[in-house]
Ligand binder design. Structure first.
Ligand code: SAM
Length: 245
């Protein structure tokens, strides 16, 4: 009972912080507009409102200071639609990866959008298991192939061509730097990167990606789409020394 009450208090606190943050950053009208559109898309695409506020999982709390991992929160449908529309690719021939996929909202949506293959990586087993269930259903419905990996993405290197990499600010810049350097030095550098709440944009650009689109509501940057500059991979770009921050 006491445990339930403290969980409830924690959720209310999270709501309160989140609402204030949104109102300050996006403004009242933009926030209301976003929440209303999420409500409509939720009716169309599936329920996600209740899962928006997860209590900060212990494993991330522990890792937050040490490694800079951030907690779970799903991307808004409106942001997903807008970000996918910035990609100049044929989804039916493309592979999509969500780094820190949580319960799989983005992967489910990518399958519905028509991606041939979707890959999700999630460090928390409970969330990865929920995503897996969702994807099994998705596979039958939208015929998308999927892989779900319950691991720390810093231990992941792609072994196949990736066309679009997606992340919603899963960790701080230091961890992002380590992760992106690993990706860039692998054989399969993703062509596009969709970065929701792109707080470390400068770092991403310093590693050879260029911004092709940015979407803002009020003062808040919802996402940026980056494209990898191939010319830098083969000739001039010294990846190992690109960013020392
Ligand atoms: C903000 S949520 C985004 C969830 C989902 N991508 C979306 O946009 O709806 C970030 C997720 O990244 C996961 N995460 C954080 N650090 C990670 C790491 N090092 N490896 C794998 N997953 C990680 C968290 O557990 C969390 O589920």
């Amino acid at each position: 009972m006491a445990k339930n009450r403290s969980r409830f208090r924690e959720i209310i606190k999270e709501y309160h912080t989140y609402l204030l943050f949104s109102l300050r950053q996006r403004g009242i009208w933009q926030s209301l507009n976003l929440w209303f559109s999420e409500f409509c898309y939720t009716i169309k695409y599936g329920r996600f409102i209740a899962s928006r506020f997860e209590v900060f999982p212990a494993i991330l709390k522990e890792n937050y200071e040490q490694k800079g991992y951030l907690p779970y929160q799903p991307t808004y449908y409106k942001v997903l639609l807008k970000s996918f529309s910035t990609l100049e690719i044929d989804p039916e021939r493309s592979t999509f990866i969500d780094i820190g996929c949580g319960k799989g909202k983005v992967l489910k949506f990518a399958g519905r959008y028509g991606f041939k293959k979707t890959i999700g990586i999630e460090i928390i087993k409970k969330l990865a298991d929920k995503a897996e269930k969702k994807l099994i259903r998705n596979k039958r419905k939208y015929k998308t192939d999927y892989t779900l990996l319950n691991l720390d993405c810093l231990d992941y290197l792609p072994n196949e061509k990736i066309d679009v990499m997606f992340f919603y600010n899963p960790f701080k810049c230091s961890a992002l730097n380590q992760f992106l350097k690993g990706m860039i030095n692998s054989t399969y550098v993703p062509k596009y990167l969709i970065y929701v709440n792109p707080v470390c944009s400068d770092l991403v650009c310093s590693l050879g990606f260029e911004v092709v689109h940015t979407y803002k509501t009020g003062k808040y940057t919802e996402f940026s789409t980056f494209k990898f500059d191939d010319s830098k991979t083969t000739e001039t770009f010294p990846f190992h020394f690109a960013y020392s921050g």
